[in-house]
Design a protein. Sequence first.
Length: 202
Amino acid sequence: MGMADDDVGALADARSFYAGTEANTKGGHPSGRMSMILESGPKRKAWFVIDPRQSEWLGYWDLLTSVALIFTAVVSPVEVAFLEPAYGDGLFICNRLVDIVFITDMVLQFVVGYPTSGPEGLQWIFEPRKIAIHYMTSWWFVLDMISVLSSIPDILNNEAFGEASLLRIVRVIRLIKLVRVLRGSRLFKRWQHRLGMQQASI
């Protein structure tokens, strides 16, 4: 009979514990629900949004962008100082391929998630609208736009600018392409997040 009383007491304690846990999860105490949110991470992102910490192909794309940055840093000053690229020659084609890389990278910034600091610590944003607003209101958007527009004189060709003074202005505009090198810091940050994610998974 004493054993039966113990069983009844244990059952009552179990029901009391379950009821308290359910109340905490549903809103009686926010800590239970908050812990679930932090563990589950961000909401399910759209299929086209890229997580830079986990995307394997984005790592290869960053490598290609790095090659384009090195090409710009080395070739652009030499081109402005000593060379006169002819419309359709090898240097012209290489410059246009580099332009395509940077334009594509600029478009990608509208779908790549970004980190932000909040009360709960570092959080990643994957909502397309927030990503677009964050990018377009940052100085990165201005630099990317300037670096893309600086290639217009190359596309128009020197023959479109008759006077020598205009040609000198065109040379200065071509030097503006060197702002593309600043993208290297953005790539470095992405590599940092990717390496941090890999170390955390080990």
